[in-house]
Design a protein around this ligand. Structure first.
Ligand SMILES: Cc1cc2nc3c(=O)[nH]c(=O)nc-3n(C[C@H](O)[C@H](O)[C@H](O)COP(=O)(O)OP(=O)(O)OC[C@H]3O[C@@H](n4cnc5c(N)ncnc54)[C@H](O)[C@@H]3O)c2cc1C
Length: 413
């Protein structure tokens, strides 16, 4: 019996467990998944939760309910890997042997990495919405906040869902307008990037959108520390951005065991081949989803497209063959823009988000890089797709590869 061990039962690990169990023969392969949390969260729901627009039961489910029969779940936290012996060691010292390993332990926000961030002001004047508990605490804060300087801040890239901080700023604008207190709130978006997004055409569109909602942008802001006494972000080039309420996305880091095992970079992201997701250091280890260092967005859609190709990549690797179809970095992101509208971005390693229609030219019905109501409704509907189709690894009629159909490159770009 060969042993496949998957680490992490988040989006990528759960899809992998479901798809691999269907494809790998039961009398040849034993599949085990290790997960530290009892509950699986639909993380895009955190954004809506912060504004009181999503209920807990809509975004949380017990991990065992999402896994197929024939996959053994071990509840525990991975502490280290012993790559010579091919074993995983858990915090309670359980040893799990493997022949092949899939690391899908994602990334986590680490406020401890920025001086002044995770201290006494955390949960008071400093908030976040990148974990369940933080989103809940922010919801309570926003419900009673009387206004002032709201700063939405991104510490360092890459982060999961790089559009979520933009969405937060735009939804905050709508939220305070609805409450009749927008004139009491200034909103500033502080980013280490030169603009609102990583790629130029989308950065221009999203930057205009922020401007149209009276949201100021502070670009190229490399934070050094937070001054807890004066309530200000301080950058290495000595700029200061004062706040009354800071909503921050802390540094996102991979799991510590990745760094300790020598498989990762300085953010503990597993270094992999960007087409096959095979570790560049160990040919019995793959990584999927947010846990890797590949140069595309960290998004659930990425885990989904990778998994459309991964089973074949894995089986061909075992047979000593090159991958037939490699992953091209394809990512799709809905951007909720407030007022019941949203935008859609569709891109990959080579092609930046372009305007146009999706999935069909002219008729769409979804609009790329343009606000529309149907984009907003599609974003909301995605939650059902996530639980019912995506996690169980069922067929979703969407290509794993980017299509240029319906996309137009603006003449000036
Ligand atoms: C606020 C927010 C909004 C988002 N919006 C969108 C969106 O609109 N669209 C989109 O596509 N994506 C969105 N995302 C991103 C999406 O949720 C992630 O990209 C996706 O969940 C990545 O899947 P993953 O399996 O790689 O990691 P995760 O789903 O985070 O799973 C990692 C799992 O590994 C477990 N784990 C970690 N370390 C260990 C350890 N040492 N031992 C055992 N288990 C461990 C964790 O408990 C977790 O269950 C959003 C994320 C956030 C935070």
């Amino acid at each position: 019996m060969k042993r496949l061990v998957i680490l992490g039962a988040g989006t990528a690990g759960t899809i992998a467990a479901n798809k691999m169990r269907r494809k790998l023969k039961k009398d040849e392969w034993d599949i085990t998944i290790v997960e530290q949390a009892p509950l699986h969260d639909y993380q895009p729901g955190y954004l809506f939760m912060a504004f009181g627009r999503q209920r807990i039961r809509q975004i949380r489910r017990p991990v065992p309910r999402l896994l197929p029969r024939g996959v053994t779940l071990i509840s525990g936290s991975v502490e280290s890997l012993n790559r010579d012996e091919k074993t995983v060691v858990l915090a309670d010292q359980t040893v799990v042997p493997y022949d092949y390993l899939v690391i899908a332990t994602g990334v986590s926000p680490r406020p401890d990495q920025t001086p002044g961030m995770g201290g006494g002001q955390w949960g008071k004047s400093i908030h976040s919405f990148y974990t369940f508990d933080d989103a809940l605490a922010l919801k309570e804060k926003l419900a009673t906040w009387e206004g002032g300087r709201l700063v939405m801040h991104v510490t360092e890239m890459p982060i999961k869902c790089p559009v979520a901080p933009l969405e937060f700023s735009l939804l905050a604008d709508s939220f305070f307008r609805r409450r009749g207190m927008r004139d009491k709130v200034s909103i500033t978006f502080v980013t280490p990037l030169p603009g609102a997004f990583t790629r130029p055409i989308a950065a221009a569109t999203l930057g205009d959108l922020l401007g149209s909602r009276d949201i100021a942008v502070e670009p190229d802001f490399m934070i050094e520390r937070i001054d807890e006494d004066t309530h200000a972000l301080v950058s290495y080039d000595e700029r200061e951005v004062p706040f009354d309420l800071l909503v921050t996305v802390p540094v996102n880091m991979g799991a510590d065991f990745v760094g300790l095992s020598g498989l990762g970079d300085d953010l503990n992201l597993v270094e992999v081949d960007k087409g096959t997701m095979l570790s560049t250091k160990d040919d019995s280890i793959f990584a999927l989803g947010d846990a890797t260092n590949i140069p595309t967005s960290k998004a659930g859609a990425v885990a989904h497209f990778q998994m459309d190709l991964f089973v074949d990549i894995f089986l061909r690797h075992l047979a000593g063959k090159e991958a037939e179809e490699e992953y091209d970095g394809h990512a799709i992101c809905f951007v909720e823009s407030g007022g019941g509208k949203g935008l859609l971005l569709d891109f990959n390693y080579e092609t930046e988000p372009l305007p146009g229609s999706f999935p069909f030219p002219l008729i769409g019905p979804l609009r790329l890089l343009k606000e529309s109501r149907i984009n907003h409704w599609s974003k909301l509907a995605f939650r059902y797709v996530y639980w019912m189709l995506l996690l169980p690894g069922r067929y979703i009629p969407m290509s794993a590869h980017l299509s240029l159909w319906g996309k137009k490159r603006p003449k000036t770009a």
